[in-house]
Ligand binder design. Structure first.
Ligand code: AAL
Length: 432
């Protein structure tokens, strides 16, 4: 109940007078003390100076929640940031004709003064014909942007200018798993060796859905050569389980002495009704990079998000949740890598983000966050010439920095950016 200050004064005097009259026995004293407490709980007005702690009087649901975030003011929230993007130097896209695509970058790693990044590269004679025409795909014609791909790698001294070094993982001969396409890699460093996890397709994606499991290869050096280490390392769920058809976007972190590998699966679709789909993230844990990986019994540990972007933060794990689900466009945090809560709501988050976090594999128990990483844009080309580009993002999701520029809250676009999201007249009853 909210009272205007004047009424509040009368109401409190009335309660105080009441307590004098009733103070002859101790039971009444208790009652009056309780009433006073109720009165003070009910009638305090939210102060002008923002309290550091949750105030001990009734609050609206929104004011209550405010104190459940890492900081009540978003600008002070270590898990809030703006994201700014930079075009990379050093990559050629064949004039943007849709025949060359780079996407789904790994998290960069720094080895002997050089950053390494791994990514999906398509270099085909023609652009992809599209998900819906997957039946027409051949060994020269890709269905989707990530069909007929290999995993390439590039190095950089500054994270912005990159030198493409060559293929890291080539798709193997048919019928070996991944013969159709290998895509969406991520890297793990474990006991001095390097491990690449990636999606291995045995059919053009789109044929029955986006069906593929994860394979792994390992090397002594980030430049390879890579040795095949196993297929289907995160097994599909049983038929009827949410991850029955796919384990995508593998992303390993070293946490609590083990390998925590997050992955994505789309579900609630048969046989891939795209407008009914839902996306979840699972967690699979192993003591050895080649497995066996055991799925967490609470999977999916995230019910929002698309590509996985997880990172050690303080003594837990945080993530950037994008695109899908009720909680898309948030940063989330869990103390145990399993039970995530919203820590902030964000704008323009990196798509398929791979942060550069030096403590990704060190299991420090005190994750520091990060200030930059790699991401992609999937709509770089004209319609029918689809291709993707990799870009760099900068941010301040770091405990070691406080970059004011990234703690602002307004994201101001030119009107053209909004008008580019033109309504499709046929789908809207009030547009003719
Ligand atoms: C992505 C990822 C996976 C999907 C496809 C390629 O961005 O979620 O990798 O399979 O799209």
């Amino acid at each position: 109940m909210q009272l205007k200050p004047l009424y509040k004064h009368y109401f409190l005097s009335f309660l105080l007078a009441g307590s004098f009259i009733a103070c002859s026995d101790s039971k009444s004293v208790k009652t009056s003390a309780a009433s006073e407490e109720t009165a003070s709980k009910e009638h305090q007005v939210f102060p002008h100076k923002l309290p550091a702690e949750k105030p001990n009087f009734p609050l609206s649901a929104s004011a209550e929640r405010m104190f459940d975030y890492p900081a009540p003011r978003v600008q002070d929230n270590e898990l809030y940031s703006l994201f700014k993007y930079t075009e990379l130097k050093g990559f050629d896209y064949n004039g943007g004709d849709g025949t060359v695509s780079r996407r789904d970058p790994s998290r960069p790693i720094l080895v002997d003064g050089k950053y390494y990044m791994y990514y999906t590269k398509r270099d085909t004679k023609v652009p992809p014909i599209g998900w819906n025409r997957a039946k027409e795909a051949t060994d020269k014609i890709p269905s989707t942007d990530w069909d007929l791909c290999d995993i390439w790698y590039a190095t950089s001294e500054d994270g912005t200018t990159w030198k493409e070094e060559g293929i890291a993982i080539k798709r193997p001969e048919k019928p070996n798993p991944g013969w159709r396409s290998v895509a969406t890699p991520d890297i793990l460093i474990w006991k001095g060796k390097y491990y690449l996890y990636y999606q291995a397709f045995d059919e053009p994606s789109g044929l029955r859905g986006d069906w593929c499991p994860v394979s792994v290869s390992y090397a002594d050096s980030p430049a390879g050569p890579w040795t095949h280490g196993g297929d289907a390392v995160i097994p599909f769920g049983e038929k009827g389980e949410w991850d029955q058809d796919a384990t995508h976007d593998p992303q390993p972190i070293v946490y609590n002495g083990k390998i925590y590998l997050y992955y994505k699966a789309a579900y609630n679709k048969w046989t891939d009704i795209r407008d009914k789909y839902a996306v979840g993230h699972g967690l699979a844990i192993a003591e050895d990079p080649l497995g066996p990986f055991e799925k967490h019994p609470l999977n999916p540990v995230m019910t929002s998000g698309h590509e996985t972007t997880y990172f050690p933060f303080k003594d837990g794990i945080a993530n950037i949740t994008i695109k899908d689900g009720n909680e898309r466009e948030t940063v989330q945090y869990s103390k145990d890598g399993v039970n995530f809560e919203i820590a902030s709501v964000i704008s323009l988050p990196p798509i398929a983000g791979g942060p550069y976090a030096p403590d990704m594999f060190t299991d420090s128990g005190n994750g520091r966050g990060f200030t930059w990483g790699m991401s992609h844009f999937i709509n770089a080309g004209e319609p029918k010439k689809q291709y993707s580009i990799i870009a760099r993002f900068d941010c301040d999701l770091s405990l070691d920095h406080d970059i004011q520029e990234y703690k602002k809250t307004g994201v101001w676009h030119k009107p053209e950016v909004y008008f580019a999201q033109a309504p499709n007249k046929s789908g809207h009853p009030e547009r003719r």
